[in-house]
Design a protein around this ligand. Structure first.
Ligand code: SF4
Length: 366
């Protein structure tokens, strides 16, 4: 038995961003302490199957909102995996990063830092309820690089409330000036039960129309083509060799263990999701389990794999399912539309059509 990815969820934040529908909360120290204890107990239960962890991803929430003592407690428990795995990522918010956190990251072999930025425009930062400023982001990147933590990702967002094209361009220019190895650029998704949805429904704030959002996506796509970053997934770009090992595991339909509040995992053909209420999670971790049958597995394999610009390998598909995607799905239609390319044993969305991915994905849902 082996397991490649380990996801660890830290649901704590110091403030709540208006667009966020992740599993997060503002909590007292005692709550955090108890949670870390529960997390460590959950990790121990998975020990027998965590024999070959290739990537650890500590996500949130805001993992670096934990104090140093709790970070050490968590890292100590994760140490056997952090020491053996190739890629160990932690998500951070720049305004909370301290010199001692950087030392801890180095000490415990955290070798990839993912900074949630979204924008460096003060007006937009305020509109989405984030707390950083441009200088804090720059300083965090400088300090991390100085400490030798050079594998840095920045998460950005476009289509923010009131965002103009020229503001997007300034954000993008900022991004290109940073000493980083990877960035992701996601379109803002308006999720139910978020502060932002309420503000929009009540006319307090507006978001760019679909045409402008499409123009922004096109701008990022075109500019990145001329940059040193290579797009390898719909929303992800990396300098060659710095693609996220952990996220590629998801897109390659590999098994993984997720621990913590609302975390999900995929083991032995079963997808599970943990409880999203802390008191419930502490009593009974798993809230739901779903067996992924062959038909569902085939769809997932295609839906996830085609997010990558490299697409899927027909041989991998055959190895999993004993059949071919060309016979399981109506790919001819997508080929005729000029969206899909089937070449050298690979199936992929044509690079210049990657922004039309949703049309392709419709073939594999339902
Ligand atoms: S910091 Fe991240 S997890 Fe926390 S509220 Fe903001 S977007 Fe959500």
């Amino acid at each position: 038995m082996f397991m490649k990815g380990l996801y660890v969820h830290i649901p704590f934040c110091n403030s709540i961003c208006s667009y966020c529908d992740f599993c997060k909360m503002i909590a007292k120290e005692e709550v955090k302490e108890k949670y870390i204890d529960s997390l460590i107990a959950e990790l121990a239960d998975y020990k027998p199957i965590l024999t070959d962890v290739r990537s650890v991803f500590i996500g949130g929430g805001t993992p670096n909102s934990l104090n140093d003592r709790l970070l050490i407690k968590l890292f100590e428990a994760l140490k056997p995996y952090l020491n053996r795995s190739t890629e160990n990522t932690i998500e951070i918010n720049s305004e909370l990063l301290t010199a001692s956190q950087i030392q801890l990251f180095k000490l415990y072999n955290i070798n990839r830092i993912s900074i949630g930025v979204q924008t460096i425009n003060d007006k937009l930062i305020k509109a989405i309820g984030r707390k950083h400023n441009r200088l804090q982001v720059e300083e965090a990147i400088n300090e991390l690089n100085k400490a030798g933590l050079t594998n840095i990702n920045i998460d950005m967002m476009y289509g923010l409330p009131g965002q103009t094209m020229s503001e997007l361009k300034k954000d993008y220019d900022f991004l290109m000036r940073q000493k980083i190895k990877h960035f992701s650029y996601y379109s803002l998704i308006l999720e139910d039960k978020t502060i932002l949805k309420y503000q929009i429904d009540h006319g307090q704030i507006g978001i760019p129309d679909d045409d402008l959002v499409a123009d922004m996506a096109e701008y990022i796509y075109q500019k990145s083509k001329k940059s040193m970053f290579k797009q390898y997934e719909i929303s992800n770009y990396a300098i060659l060799g710095y693609e996220s090992i952990h996220n590629l595991g998801y897109w390659n339909w590999e098994e993984y263990v997720g621990i913590g509040l609302n975390a999900s995992g995929f083991i032995n053909g079963i997808r599970y999701r943990n409880n999203d209420v802390i008191a419930k999670y502490q009593l009974q971790r798993i809230a739901e389990k779903e067996e992924i049958d062959r038909q569902e597995g085939k769809k997932e394999f295609m839906l996830l794999g085609l997010r990558k610009l490299a697409g899927i390998k027909v041989a991998d598909y055959y190895q999993h399912f004993g059949s071919y995607p060309q016979t399981d799905f109506n790919l001819d239609k997508l080929k005729k539309l000029g969206l899909l390319e089937i070449k050298n044993g690979n199936i992929r969305i044509k690079e210049e059509k990657i922004l039309l991915g949703n049309i392709v994905f419709e073939e594999f849902v339902g």
